[in-house]
Design a protein around this ligand. Structure first.
Ligand SMILES: Nc1ncnc2c1ncn2[C@@H]1O[C@H](COP(=O)(O)OP(=O)(O)OP(=O)(O)O)[C@@H](O)[C@H]1O
Ligand SMILES: [Mg+2]
Length: 417
């Protein structure tokens, strides 16, 4: 196993996949102290500096794409340390991190969290990026309390999570906002300092709206803006100047390609569904959310006298029908004349739709992938790592199709079911 001798203050960059073990002395990884005997894994597509806090010896193995190289100096700018020092001193309850894609938001969040931990503060981290999810699986928002130094935020165990429904808040703005508010409330109860890591969507109508309403709703005590230049100033104009701290991003940020991002999302999803099984939910006992199905009064499909209709329900908007086959335009017109709007769902179209399985309080218990809705028997079959049916009170429909191997198969328009 290759060994590396480091003098106090020396820095190396570990490019994942690398597993390392501290043999002598202590190293700091993103502000977290790892001493003799500690093992750290830096996964593929992540790159982290390892700084010797004392003379140190590390042993490592490099997997695919992995490498360790010496760097001329620290990669963490001194202004970052000043700010982290200030955060430790003033203990703001909620710190929100703003930054475009690839500006080091997750790194900075980790740095704050590890440094607060070293100061014996209780720190919670909220992952507000549903696509490049750091805490909990993609499609969700998550919060965890740091119990030990973490190299990457994926090591943080989620304490609570909320299903947003897709890899982006686009089309799910309300779920996103509700989830973020819930996460912050959780953090306020559980931690001294809650760090909110946001996603890099900062411009355009929806991007501006997301970031501005997020800040208005969450009311952070401090907003840290990680910038290349002045690209966040349009948002910062709406924040009271005393709350804003501007940081220049580190020159060491390694941008991630689109394919790296897809790779990581699939990896996390696949890992999440490893060991998943089929769970049959009794629809008379669980309630469905974010869909039309089962929100109205069931009608006897035979009574409608239209062969392809296997399930029908009267909803305030009109009629919901599930069809096994095609409905002719004439039949649709007849039904519209009688019931108003006709919402047609093809039988089987629910296959592979991602759902959130939640408790009675809408707290996420786990993700699921729909295998089948049995309309006649009132059963929903999902593939999920959740084993205990009694934990699930609510099924929240999302708008992605995914496979248990983590592949993103496609999207579903919200409101299709
Ligand atoms: N100060 C730093 N020193 C060394 N490496 C850094 C530093 N800041 C960021 N990096 C590295 O750059 C890469 C991108 O950083 P990070 O994931 O924190 O960015 P991000 O803004 O959260 O990206 P995304 O928009 O995808 O969420 C990571 O591999 C990270 O370890
Ligand atoms: Mg990030």
């Amino acid at each position: 196993m290759p060994e590396l001798q480091l003098k106090r203050g020396e820095v190396v960059r570990a490019e994942g996949l690398v597993s390392l073990q501290v043999k002598e002395g202590g190293v700091s990884i993103v502000g977290g102290l790892h001493e003799r005997g500690a093992k750290v894994v830096i996964p593929k597509a992540k790159s982290l500096p390892v700084e010797a806090e004392s003379d140190a010896v590390i042993e490592y193995t490099a997997g695919p794409g992995g490498a360790i190289e010496r760097l001329p100096g620290r990669t963490i700018p001194p202004e970052w340390d000043e700010l982290v020092g200030e955060i430790a001193r003033i203990k703001p309850r909620v710190v929100l991190i703003l930054g475009e894609v690839d500006t080091g938001k997750s790194f900075f969040t980790t740095y704050v969290a590890n440094t607060m931990l070293r100061q014996n503060l209780r720190v919670a981290v909220i992952d507000g990026d549903v696509g490049q999810s750091d805490v909990g699986p993609p499609t969700t928002l998550g919060i965890g309390v740091i119990e030990k130094p973490v190299a990457i935020l994926q090591e943080v165990q989620p304490e609570a999570a909320y299903f947003v429904g897709s890899m982006s808040p686009s089309g799910h703005m309300l779920e996103f906002m509700v989830g973020m508010k819930r996460m912050v409330e959780h953090g306020l109860q559980r931690a001294d300092v809650t760090v909110v890591n946001t996603a890099g969507w900062t411009t355009g109508g929806p991007g501006r709206a997301l970031r501005l309403y997020e800040m208005e709703l969450l009311n952070p005590d401090l907003v840290v803006a990680l910038q290349r230049g002045k690209e966040l100033e349009h948002l910062l104009k709406s924040v009271s100047p005393g709350k804003v701290r501007r940081l220049t991003m580190s020159k060491q940020v390694r941008p991630r390609s689109k394919s790296d991002r897809t790779f990581l999302r699939e990896l996390y999803l696949a890992r999440y569904f490893e060991g998943a099984g089929r769970l049959t939910l009794d629809l008379r006992k669980v309630s469905l959310e974010r869909c039309y199905y089962r929100t109205g009064e069931p009608l006897d499909p035979k009574g409608l006298g239209v062969a392809p209709i296997v399930y029908a329900e009267k909803i305030p908007e009109g009629l919901l029908v599930v069809v096994d086959g095609e409905l002719s335009q004439d039949v649709v017109r007849e039904l519209e004349a009688k019931f108003g709007n006709v919402h047609v769902t093809p039988l089987g179209s629910e296959k592979n739709v991602a759902v959130g399985l939640a408790d009675a309080n809408d707290e996420l218990v786990g993700l699921g992938i729909i295998d089948k809705i049995d309309y006649a028997r009132e059963r929903l079959v999902v593939v999920t790592p959740v084993k205990d049916v009694s934990q699930v009170s609510v099924v929240q429909f999302g708008s992605m199709r995914i496979s248990p191997k983590g592949k993103e198969i496609g999207t579903v328009k919200p409101g299709s079911f």
